[in-house]
Ligand binder design. Structure first.
Ligand code: RIB
Length: 295
């Protein structure tokens, strides 16, 4: 079960607040904590805890945060030989509300120093893994390079288009599975995603551009998946939510594991739904995953 993961590594500075601060307002935070984060790192840690061999390709800063973030990945079983050090480590300032929602301000730092050249140097890792998993917290040209290498070798390419940005058709046609949330789907396609019919239409537009399967994550409403053969709605599980930060990342990491071990699309989505529901019951974006709870 080898997954190559091209993506971001951050330190998350988390503030618990009664609500998301308004413009011009100073708001007291009830508690402050520092966690390991970054969409790439969160997905990598999830997949590794679920038994995959995860090879991380990315960058941290030449600072204490960078050292700590690399050690954390190593401790969680992620292979870090392809993580380079340059500049300052990425940071995310995250407000988490009492209801579990969040708002994030991102300083990309070293993540934005990942280049196509660095990816090219790691072509052997990408071409020998079963799945390539990526997000959009690193420069798009680096994402494009990794996807090109993986698709030339017939690999499963999962792109979590977060944070959202317009994507070229030349990239979309090489994506096996695209996993936007509702907002990202709307931004990617220019189609409002208010109703189920809107969501279907937006997904169809992406399928017409060559995306293999679209899985739309809808938070407490579950998810919708569609390709040229099948489609369906998957219900979210009802849990006591503490912190939704990293729920999407857990979903993507688990999805990659399911597909990597040869499970069907539907059962990989069911598995990812279960893992995401479990991690929102804990603080931070990289909680411990107890396999026994997922049975
Ligand atoms: O998806 C959650 C992640 O987004 C956080 O860990 C934060 O680092 C930002 O990248």
């Amino acid at each position: 079960m080898d997954i190559s993961l091209v993506g971001s590594i951050n330190i998350d500075l988390v503030y618990r607040v009664p609500y998301i601060v308004n413009k011009g307002e100073t708001l007291h935070s009830a508690s402050h904590s520092v966690h390991f984060g970054g969409k790439g790192a969160n997905q990598a840690v999830t997949a590794s805890q679920l038994g995959a061999n995860v090879h991380f390709i990315g960058k941290v800063g030449k600072d204490d945060f960078g050292e700590q973030a690399i050690n954390n990945l190593k401790d969680r079983g992620v292979y870090i030989d392809s993580v380079q050090k340059e500049g300052a480590t990425g940071q995310a300032m995250i407000q988490v509300t009492d209801a579990g929602g969040n708002a994030i301000v991102l300083f990309p730092g070293a993540n934005f120093l990942v280049t196509p050249k660095q990816i090219e140097q790691e072509a052997a890792i990408i071409s020998s893994s079963k799945v390539l998993l990526l997000q959009l917290e690193i420069p798009l040209d680096a994402v494009e390079k990794a996807v090109k290498i993986a698709s030339q070798h017939g690999k499963i390419v999962i792109l979590n288009p977060a944070p959202s940005q317009k994507l070229p058709d030349s990239l979309l046609k090489n994506i096996t599975i695209l996993t936007p949330n509702e907002t990202e789907l709307a931004q990617l396609t220019g189609i409002e995603t208010t109703t189920e019919e809107d969501i279907r239409s937006a997904c169809k537009l992406l399928l017409d551009k060559g995306v293999g399967t679209v899985i739309v994550t809808l938070g407490s409403k579950g998810s919708f998946y569609i390709n040229h053969v099948e489609s369906g709605w998957v219900q979210a599980l009802s849990v006591d939510t503490i912190d939704t930060t990293g729920a999407g990342d857990a979903f993507n990491g688990a999805l990659a594991v399911g597909l990597c071990r040869g499970d069907s699309l539907r059962s990989s989505i069911d598995f990812a739904t279960k893992v995401a529901a479990y991690v929102v019951t804990q603080m931070g974006a990289q909680p411990l995953i107890l396999q026994s709870v997922l049975k």
